[in-house]
Design a protein around this ligand. Structure first.
Ligand code: PLP
Length: 419
C-alpha cells in the first residue's frame, strides 16, 4: 500500500475535523465492484473524482493502473505522473483543453477525451495529434440525465460518430453515458428503471451508429447507483464507470446502493460545548468540514452520526455545528466536551474534496495519510533552485511553504505548461 506511513497514531490523537477512511471497507468496495464487472464480462473504468488519490486508484484498478475516467485534466496529469494509463478525461472537451490534451496523448499509450458537440469534433480534426498518435474520442451521450451529452435519439450522435470514423487523425473509441438521473430516485426500483432505460436507449444509438458502418468498440454506462444494482442486461455493455462506490455515503445508502456498514469514510469531529438551556451540543465541524449537501434530507440532518442514531446535525456555520436530539432529548453528559463523534456524510465526493489529507484507519490505528490532488492547475514552484511542477497539496518532501515563494508559483500561461 502506498501512502505516507504515519508513526503509531490513534484516531483519538488526530486534530479535528479529520476525514477518516476505513481501509478494509474501501478495499472491500473496490474488490466487490471489480468482481462484479468480471462476472458481467465488462471492463471497469473507475471514476476517480471521489478520492483523487493514487492509492485509491490503485485499489480501483486492482493494481493494474489501467482504465480510469477523471473529471479534471489535473487528475489525468496526476495519474499519468504515477504510471497510470488508459485514462479518459470524462468532461466535455473544448478547444481550450487542446494543449494539455495533446501532452497527455503524447505521454500515454491510451488517452481519451469525450465530446458532445460539432465544435469539439471540429477542434480535434483541425489539430494534428502528436506524431504517431491519434486522438482517441468517446461520444458523450445523454440518455435522460440532461447534463452533458448528445441526446440518444438525435441523429447528431450518428453524424458525429461517422465524422470521427472518417477523420484520419481520430479513433472513435465508443459511447459513454453518465446516468446521474439515478440520483433522482426515491427507491431502488427507480434506479433499476433508469438503468434499464439507459441501456436500451444507448444500445439503440449504438445500433444506428453501427448501421452506418461505424465500429463502436466501447459501450459504457455508469453511476454508482446503477452499477450497485447489476443486471443481466449489463452484459450487453463493454464498460462500467462508477466512482463513488469506493467510499459510498449516506445518499447511496438511501438509494439502496450500499448498507450503512459499507460506508468507508467519515468525518471525525469533537464536542466543543454543551448548551443545556437548549439541549444542544456544539461540534468542531461546520460546512467547511462536511458541506451542506443533503441538508434536511434526513431526520438526523444531512448526515448520520455513527453509532448515535439520536443525534441530529441541526445547523452548520463555517467551522461549527449545532447538534440536538432527533427525538426527545439528549443526555449531554454522554458526550463530554473533547470527546469524538463520527459523521457519515451525505455526499462523500463533496466532503472528501474539502480535505487535503485523508487519514486511513484500521480500527483505531491511523495506518496511512493519503494526499489527493486538488484543483485544476499545475503550479510551478521555484524550489529550491529548480522549477518543480506540483499541485498545492502534493508538495515535494521537505518543501516548506513561505510567503516569498507565492508570487512565482503560478506559471504565466495559467495552465502549468509554460517554462
Ligand atoms: C462523467 C462521469 N462519469 C462517472 C461518474 C461516476 O458516477 P458516480 O459518482 O455515481 O459513481 C460521474 C460522477 O459524477 C461522472 O460525472
Amino acid at each position: 500500500m502506498e501512502g505516507h506511513k504515519s508513526s503509531v497514531r490513534r484516531v483519538g490523537d488526530l486534530d479535528t475535523p479529520a476525514l477518516l477512511i476505513d481501509l478494509a471497507k474501501m478495499r472491500d468496495n473496490c474488490t466487490k465492484t471489480l468482481a462484479q464487472c468480471t462476472e458481467l464480462g465488462v471492463t471497469l473504468r473507475a471514476q476517480t473524482k471521489t478520492h483523487k488519490t493514487i492509492e485509491g486508484a490503485v485499489l480501483q484498478t486492482g493494481g493494474t493502473r489501467r482504465g480510469l475516467v477523471t473529471s479534471t485534466l489535473r487528475e489525468c496529469e496526476f495519474y499519468a505522473d504515477h504510471g497510470f494509463d488508459d485514462i479518459l478525461f470524462g468532461f466535455p472537451f473544448i478547444a481550450h483543453h487542446m494543449t494539455r490534451v495533446a501532452q497527455l496523448t503524447k505521454r500515454l499509450e491510451k488517452f481519451h477525451v469525450f465530446v458532445d458537440s460539432q465544435v469539439a469534433v471540429d477542434a480535434l480534426v483541425a489539430n494534428s495529434p502528436p506524431p504517431g498518435k491519434m486522438w482517441s474520442v468517446f461520444l458523450a451521450v445523454n440518455c435522460g440525465y440532461n447534463r452533458e451529452g448528445i441526446r440518444w435519439d438525435s441523429a447528431d450522435g450518428e453524424d458525429l460518430a461517422s465524422q470521427m470514423h472518417k477523420a484520419s487523425t481520430v479513433t472513435f473509441a465508443g459511447v459513454y453515458v453518465h446516468c446521474g438521473n439515478t440520483y433522482r430516485a426515491t427507491q431502488a426500483g427507480d434506479v433499476k428503471q433508469v438503468r434499464d432505460e439507459t441501456i436500451e436507449r444507448l444500445l439503440d444509438l449504438v445500433g444506428r451508429i453501427r448501421g452506418r458502418g461505424v465500429p463502436c468498440p466501447v459501450v459504457g454506462i455508469g453511476s454508482t447507483p446503477t452499477c450497485s444494482h447489476p443486471s443481466p442486461s449489463m452484459k450487453r455493455l463493454t464498460e462500467l464507470h462508477p466512482g463513488n462506490y469506493i467510499f459510498y455515503d449516506v445518499q447511496q445508502m438511501t438509494l439502496g446502493s450500499c448498507k450503512q456498514d459499507d460506508i468507508a469514510c467519515c468525518v471525525a469531529t469533537r464536542v466543543v460545548g454543551h448548551y443545556p438551556d437548549r439541549n444542544q451540543l456544539l461540534i468542531d465541524c461546520g460546512f467547511t468540514g462536511l458541506t451542506k449537501q443533503g441538508m434536511a434530507q434526513l431526520p438526523s440532518g444531512c448526515c448520520i452520526f455513527r453509532d448515535q442514531p439520536n443525534l441530529k446535525l441541526e445547523k452548520m456555520t463555517q467551522e461549527i455545528g449545532n447538534v440536538s436530539a432527533v427525538k426527545d432529548s439528549l443526555n449531554l453528559e454522554e458526550f463530554p466536551v473533547g470527546s469524538m463523534l463520527f459523521i457519515l456524510p451525505w455526499h462523500s465526493c463533496a466532503t472528501a474534496a474539502l480535505y487535503p489529507v485523508y487519514h486511513v484507519v484500521e480500527g483505531d490505528a491511523v495506518v496511512a495519510e493519503w494526499r489527493p490532488t486538488r484543483g485544476w492547475l499545475l503550479v510551478k514552484l521555484d524550489w529550491p533552485d529548480t522549477a518543480v511542477w506540483t499541485t498545492l497539496t502534493t508538495m515535494p518532501a521537505g518543501f516548506v511553504w513561505d510567503e516569498q515563494s507565492l508570487p512565482d508559483t503560478i506559471c504565466s500561461c495559467g495552465r502549468g505548461l509554460c517554462d
